[in-house]
Write a protein that binds this ligand. Structure first.
Ligand code: GLN
Length: 541
């Protein structure tokens, strides 16, 4: 079958969940046996989101091949179980850089280089790149931003041209918003009509409309929208707020979105998608008997997207263990030795978040000391692992001024230090140790037992590392380096075996947790948090 290209655009307002809709459609097509990938085109000038702080676009996701990517790629992987790469996330910055490099090389043979055709051609080349590998039946392309933005114009122009070039092998889905005016008790379709009109003015007629809404959009209203927007009546689908994003594929299937899409690109739907395992996860979610309370100590806790992959990985694990996840965000800047007992009271497990820089770091040390001395299941991720090492150095090894050179250049005990290969790095963008690397785990360690393996591969995003000069001292005092890179000996995992569950990973296991394949390390952490909760309950009985 020829590769089919499905474009997803958004109108009216941002944050409608194009990423979730794209992921849900991909999930359904995958469950029908098709090979699917999703890519995102972001209209901003940054080459990638790696240099953005989480206040801008939430978490920075990392692909196996070491690309710092938009967090929607996390949804793509979690919904499809298909790994993404740097080809799955392209920004305006990357498009322009490539065109300007070509211009400097003389590739344009003296022509004036222009947005049309040169930028749009470069966009089209990127849109088609994954399809041309022959690895996919469907390539879903999400165009970031909202129709009407100046910066998304070249992308939409590229989509317009591709519709002619790809003919029947392509389709446009437009996601809009149907607001409910509570004073009038009415849903309003005008914003949708205007948004579709804007798209039409750019030469794109959507084939499918998805209406994001908080209330049921009645069939009569959907017919009216179809008529005004020049779309087939059965191709107007509503996406009501769901109690979980993971229910959206089912809600879309109930309205036949997958069948509508297949028919429109000339494929006759055969049978039903195999949603058994997906529904299995949802029914566990709905019938979860217990509750597990996890604290996440970080400095971006007021942002719901800053630690997206950690939230989801904890949620996957809790759900498979038949528990509802109660995630409590703990602002690391607010934790001090006077209030730590109250702030961390009642938690069954604690995650110390990744991060960069000094802000909020002291609170992480205080929280860690409390967790370590009270033997609470504790999971340190990246900076969180580095903090575990520093706290242990200060309070157990007695190296009172131990630090990471990221926080203090002049520390006498640089237990965390800049990686050798980073010492000559000056540019900030895309220069960290990024992507998947192998890790060898010590047989018999808790981490090895959690994975059920001694060779694992996880993704990274850091510049600093455990200083191996101190390794023997840590190990003698009870903090073991149980995971290391087989080639460089870089310490990847530390644990304190005498405690219930106290593990820090230099890597980010959260990036590889998906609905159908949860992270073994998160599973083990949450399992131990649940056990700890039961222990506490028994003590109180
Ligand atoms: N700032 C630390 C480093 O660069 C940790 C990074 C992180 O937590 N992702 O090594």
């Amino acid at each position: 079958m020829e590769t089919k290209y499905l474009f997803v655009t958004g109108g009216v307002v941002s944050s409608l969940g194009k990423g979730i809709i794209s992921s849900s459609l991909a999930c359904l097509l995958k469950a029908r046996g098709y090979r699917v990938t999703i890519q995102k085109f972001d209209p901003y000038i940054n080459i990638d989101p790696g240099t953005l702080n989480p206040y801008e676009h939430g978490e920075c996701y990392v692909t196996v091949d070491g690309h710092e990517a938009d967090l929607d790629l996390g949804h793509y992987e979690r919904f499809t179980n298909v790994r993404t790469t740097r080809a799955n996330n392209v920004t305006t910055g990357r498009i322009y850089r490539s065109v300007i490099d070509k211009e400097r090389r003389g590739d344009y043979l003296g022509k004036t280089v222009q947005i049309i055709p040169h930028i749009t051609d470069e966009i089209k080349r990127n849109v088609m790149a994954l399809g041309k590998t022959g690895d996919f039946d469907f390539v879903i392309t999400e165009i970031g931003g909202v129709v009407g933005d100046i910066e998304s114009l070249p992308f939409l122009e590229a989509v317009r041209q591709l519709r002619w070039e790809l003919e029947a092998d392509c389709l446009c889905i437009h996601l809009t918003y149907v607001p409910y005016i509570s004073a009038a008790k009415e849903l309003k379709t005008k914003p949708t009509q205007h948004s579709v009109k804007q798209l039409q003015q750019l030469g794109i007629q959507p084939d499918v409309l998805i209406l994001r809404t908080e209330h049921e959009v009645p069939p009569s209203m959907r017919r009216k929208i179809a008529q005004f927007c020049n779309v087939a009546p059965d191709a107007v689908v509503q996406s009501r707020d769901a109690s979980s994003i993971y229910k959206v594929p089912i809600l879309m299937h109930e309205q036949h979105l997958d069948e509508i899409v297949l028919r429109k690109v000339g494929v006759t739907p055969a049978g039903e998608p195999d949603l058994g395992p997906w529904r299995g996860f949802l029914s566990k979610m709905d019938s979860a008997a217990g509750k597990v309370t996890i604290g996440l100590v970080g400095k971006y806790v007021e942002l719901q997207d800053a630690y997206k992959s950690i939230n989801e990985a904890l949620f996957h694990a809790a759900t498979y263990l038949d528990h509802r996840l109660e995630l409590r965000y703990i602002h690391s800047e607010k934790v001090n030795s006077g209030n730590v007992g109250d702030m961390l009271d009642g938690l069954d497990g604690v995650v110390i978040a990744p991060g960069f820089g000094q802000r909020g770091i002291e609170g992480k040390f205080v929280a860690l000391e409390w967790c370590r001395t009270n033997d609470i299941p504790t999971f340190g991720i990246c900076l969180g692992m580095q903090c575990m090492v520093i706290e242990f150095a200060r309070n157990v090894l007695g190296l009172r001024e131990a630090d990471s050179t990221e926080m203090n250049h002049n520390t006498p005990d640089n237990v965390i230090d800049l990686m050798e290969e980073q010492k000559s790095v000056h540019n900030m963008g895309g220069t960290m140790r990024l992507g998947a690397y192998a890790c060898r785990l010590a047989p018999g360690s808790r981490a090895a037992e959690a994975y059920g393996a001694t060779e694992v591969e996880e993704r990274h995003r850091h510049r600093f590392e455990f200083n191996n000069d101190y390794r023997a001292r840590f190990e003698e005092a009870g903090m073991k380096c149980v995971g290391e890179n087989p080639d460089t000996r870089l310490v990847e995992v530390v644990e304190i075996p005498s405690l219930r569950w106290f593990i820090g990973t230099q890597y980010h296991p959260e990036y590889s947790s998906t609905v159908l394949s949860p992270s073994p390390l998160f599973m083990d952490f949450v399992k131990n948090a649940i056990n700890y909760k039961h222990e506490k309950e028994q003590q109180h009985d």
